[in-house]
Design a protein around this ligand. Sequence first.
Ligand code: DQA
Length: 144
Amino acid sequence: MKLLVINGPNLNMLGIREPDIYGRQTYQDLVSYVNQICAQKGIACEVFQSNHEGDIVDKIQAAYGNTDGIVINPAAYTHTSVAILDALKAVCIPAVEVHLSDVNARESFRHISYAGMACEKTYAGFGFEGYKMAIEYLEGKNNL
Ligand code: DQA
């Protein structure tokens, strides 16, 4: 099984940005966490981060035909990007949305998720653990 984990803008600043909301663990800690979970499960996984919407669209398109599942935290693009929504719909790869924080308990502009409309599940407010939940959901589907 092959997974693609995509992280959007400013997630590379984890550990520095708003630690009261996102915690003190760094982006590298997140990458190690995800890689460790996938390694334990024998899942091949690529973890990608970009601050650029078009690069994220390109990455989703490049996954077509070679990836079994996408875990995506589009960060701020969650709430603005029809392009990411359309890319996820175009490739038809099972996708799960993750947010470190509980977006529905924050400002109202964070309550809309375009990317989420193309995702089978959303895990928000579980910190790093949300990525594990998303991986396990996709792993479960793949084993059906
Ligand atoms: C986020 C929530 C978004 O609203 C925000 O713009 C982010 C991170 C999260 O993981 O909680 O950058 O996706």
